[in-house]
Ligand binder design. Structure first.
Ligand SMILES: [Zn+2]
Length: 867
């Protein structure tokens, strides 16, 4: 492990020479909405630190029209574009001496369909039939260079002043408030205020026929901006933003530094959320809440995403990682902070135990920590901190390890150092690095100063090496329990052995939790009563697995009713992981599930629902699948029967979510009563939409569509076409994707090529068919035949992973070879990592299916009937 150094501009990695530093940009952009092009000019103040003969900066898919240095125009031949490296080199007529200089450029480029650089999205306006256009930008990681030539690396902070020309009836938004609007021929020129020094990727520009709701908090103007007719749906995000802003002002100890904060709902173009300073963009359905139609889960997602993005206003924007190798510092921290803040305001949501990240259209839902550990146990994992050399590597760094292992480690560290000490360390860090950049070492130093503990040393084993440990628990004589650690792996033979410094927590039934820093391979706990249950990893806050010996496990099984729901979910997750890792038989997991009292604990039932869903999909086409489905239903039905179909006054806050989860799960498991109950309610819904509570819409549509005939498919499609709510639209199209009649799967797939869905979502309709319809083969054949058209809708993040991701729904090893061959013939080198990951997933599923099935059938056959 190499020890990382604190931030130092001169030695920060990157392609751009460090002798020339831009300090101020003034940029003017004129979009041509008919032709989907733009022209631009910019002047950049340069601080030249050592004499240079050329300037090197970034540009991509931009035509340069002219260049001048200190008002002297340069010949066209002075400007050389290096497309491959995304660089522009400007040769200077003579050596440019150290000091201040001015660079002036004029250029042109295009407005993209996908969310890269300046993009457009077409959408149907609420309450009208009009098709409208909105412009937006998406620059992270390396796409600001598609709109204007710039020093597009995060440590080249500068002040930006943007001016844009838009139609007169449009609203234009950037990082800072509008300074001046001037009417000009065919529109208006909008001049925005100057930003504080910041990284180029944090610039934003959005414009269209927009509306807003707004409020003030502590001198900051907060707005939620939407397309016309949807502003009221921004109320929930607006109220949430106000609370979150106050919470962060206090937590970080530095008040939000800009005069305004806009949360902008974009109805297409890109699919996520982006923390542009002062002007955060969101895919519409993760920001807008329609009280009549949106579900409780949507509310959770909105709060969590807004809290994540707003954490970046400090952690990412005010203080920015020096280089992309420290992306985890931005994303792991914002994920943790956003979850902490969401849990603080909404303790009843069980956010740490449930999905607490934006729903990724192509991935399974589940607990963030569990998803990170699943990936981190494989041979294809990487350290949280990893070297990044190219733009493509920067894009592929946005993965589960970066976000979710990052947040899990920070959570473990916080619980080890203590909440207050940890916060004091963060305040020191923000105060020391504001308006500047930092590395992970700077954060550890601040936390070490605040805590007096060797944080850097503890952290190194978690962020600089891959993987995580399993702690084995063995009871001995005289109250001694011996612990030993080793690397936990899945489908990874001959993994290099590694060791961690583990901030362990444990509790003996009836006693307060204790902590211990396990620094060696083995450790001992003393005075543990032989007849009492011992639970390690209290409340599951630690990023490690625990493997108990037989007697310890039996004591735990005997005291399940006294454990917290967090501890029970942790035991379920660890038991399932041990089965995957071939460290335990399936009976360990199923024995635990059957020992749990039948309950309506949301997070606990959802863990089981997720595992059953995984097994149910693994068994597609297997003759014993029906037997498993019957068994799974018998375990889940009592929880559903306790809740009933209809919401009741005064039921627990999570009952609606659990009901929805169980209807979806039991429907997938072919429960005849659930299927007919959904069909009945769907008919009532068609006559009277208000008859179906918002929480139940998504699962009911899914169940009805799963077993749909063509007429029902057509009906759902018609409803999807008609609605202008992106969330509602998504519910209908997701349902269509699940139809298991192969004829209908073939009918759903071509919709991905139309503009019925926003571009960023259309792409994933194919992934959904692959996963939900049970026909990954039909989905892949369609994608392979239409790859070019599909990838035209992909952003930088999706471009590398799209084709490989479609294979992860297969569990036959022959498909792994098919993917390798496909990749060799069709995919760029930048996809390699995604291909290797997908191959590993297919091989794992194939092996696991063979191992799991006989155990499963034997378990079901050998148990007394539950009926
Ligand atoms: Zn983020």
């Amino acid at each position: 492990m190499k020890a990382e150094k604190p931030f130092d501009f001169a030695t920060t990695p990157g392609k751009l020479p460090k002798q020339v530093v831009p300090t101020d940009y003034a940029i003017r952009i004129v979009p041509n909405i008919e032709k989907l092009t733009f022209t631009g000019t910019e002047t950049v103040k340069l601080s030249v630190r050592a004499p240079v003969r050329e300037l090197v900066l970034n540009a991509l898919e931009i035509e340069m029209a002219s260049a001048a240095i200190d008002d002297k125009t340069l010949p066209k031949s002075a400007v050389k574009i290096d497309r491959k490296n995304e660089l522009v080199t400007i040769a200077l007529p003579s050596e440019l001496p150290a000091g201040d200089h001015n660079l002036a450029l004029s250029f042109s480029g295009k407005i993209n369909q996908q969310g890269q650089g300046l993009f457009y999205a077409r959408y149907q306006e609420q309450g009208t039939v009009a098709k409208k256009t909105i412009l937006g930008t998406q620059f992270e990681a390396t796409d600001a260079r598609r709109l204007f030539p710039c020093w597009d690396e995060p440590s080249f902070r500068a002040r930006f002043q943007l001016t844009a020309v838009v139609p007169e009836n449009w609203l234009a938004i950037s990082n800072m408030p509008v300074e001046r609007e001037t009417k000009i021929d065919k529109g208006k020129e909008v001049r925005f205020g100057t930003t504080p020094p910041m990284a180029s990727y944090l610039n934003v520009f959005v414009a269209g026929e927009l509306d807003s709701v707004e409020t003030q908090s502590g001198g900051v103007q907060i707005r939620v901006i939407t397309t016309k007719g949807k502003a009221e749906w921004g109320r929930y995000a607006l109220e949430s933003s106000t609370k979150i802003l106050q919470y962060y002002n206090d937590y970080f100890g530095v008040p939000y530094p800009l005069p305004k904060l806009d949360q902008i709902a974009v109805p297409g173009g890109f699919g996520g959320a982006m923390e542009n300073w002062g002007g955060i963009t969101y895919f519409e359905s993760v920001l807008l809440f329609d009280p009549e139609k949106s579900s409780d889960n949507t509310k959770h997602d909105i709060f969590a995403v807004v809290a994540h993005e707003m954490a970046h206003m400090w952690f990412g924007d005010l203080v920015t990682m020096a280089w992309w190798d420290n992306l985890w510092l931005n994303e792991g921290f914002a994920s943790w902070m956003g979850t902490k803040c969401t849990a603080y305001f909404n303790p009843q949501w069980e956010v740490w135990l449930r999905k607490n990240v934006p729903r990724d259209p192509a991935r399974r839902v589940g607990i963030a920590k569990e998803q990170a550990m699943e990936g981190d146990a494989r041979s294809t994992t990487h350290p949280v901190q990893q070297p990044i050399a190219t733009e493509a590597e920067a894009s592929s760094a946005f993965d589960d390890i970066t976000y979710k292992k990052g947040q899990s480690f920070i959570r473990m560290l916080e619980s080890f150092l203590g909440e207050d000490v940890f916060r004091d360390g963060i305040r020191r860090y923000i105060a020391a690095h504001k308006y500047s950049n930092s590395t992970t070492a700077d954060l550890w130093n601040a936390l070490a100063e605040a805590s007096g503990k060797p944080v850097g040393e503890i952290a190194a084993s978690w962020t600089e090496q891959p993987g995580f440990p399993v702690v084995k628990v063995k009871r001995g004589e005289n109250g001694v329990v011996s612990l030993s650690q080793e690397r936990f792996t899945v489908n990874f033979r001959n993994a290099p052995p590694l060791q961690w410094k583990i901030p362990l927590t444990y509790s003996v039934a009836g006693q307060a939790p204790t902590s211990l820093l396990m620094t060696n391979k083995t450790a001992e706990l003393k005075n543990i009563p032989a007849d009492r249950a011992l639970k390690l990893n209290v409340n599951g806050t630690g990023n490690y697995r625990v493997e108990y010996d037989g007697s310890s496990w039996n004591l735990l099984l005997g005291s399940l009713a006294n454990l917290s729901v967090e501890d029970r979910v942790n035991l379920l997750s660890d038991a399932w992981a041990l089965v995957q890792a071939n460290r335990a038989a399936l009976s360990l997991y199923l024995g635990l599930v059957e020992k749990l009292p039948s309950s309506t604990e949301l997070a606990e039932r959802e863990q089981i629902v997720n595992v059953f869903d995984f097994i149910n999909r693994l068994l597609i086409g297997h003759p014993e699948r029906e037997k498993f489905q019957g068994y799974a239903r018998s375990l889940l039905r009592p929880s559903f029967d306790a809740l009933g179909w209809d919401p009741k006054a005064g039921e627990p806050a999570n009952a609606g979510n659990l009901r929805a989860s169980l209807i979806a799960a039991l429907g997938d498991l072919n429960d005849p009563e659930i299927v007919s109950g959904c069909r009945e309610r769907f008919q009532k819904y068609l006559a009277n939409p208000k008859s179906l509570p918002p929480d139940l819409r998504r699962p009911m549509f899914a169940v009805v569509a799963r077993y749909a005939d063509e007429a029902t498919w057509n009906k759902l499609h018609e409803l999807g076409l008609k609605t202008t709510s992106i969330e509602e639209k998504q519910n209908y199209y997701d349902a269509l994707a699940g139809a298991i009649d192969p004829k209908l799967a073939k009918k759903t797939l071509p919709i991905a090529l139309t503009d019925e869905l926003p571009t960023s979502r259309a792409l994933f309709l194919v992934s959904k068919v692959a996963r939900q319809s049970e026909h990954p083969d039909i989905a892949w054949a369609f994608a392979a035949a239409n790859m070019k058209a599909l990838l035209a809708k992909a952003d930088a993040l999706a471009a590398n992973s799209y084709a490989p991701s479609l294979f992860t729904f297969f569990s036959e090893s022959a498909r792994a070879n098919e993917l390798k061959a496909y990749a060799k013939a069709n995919l760029p080198a930048s996809s390699t990592r995604e291909v290797v990951k997908a191959v590993d997933e297919v091989e794992f599923r194939s092996e696991f299916k063979q191992r799991l099935t006989p155990q499963l059938i034997a378990w079901i056959d050998n148990r007394p009937s539950l009926q």
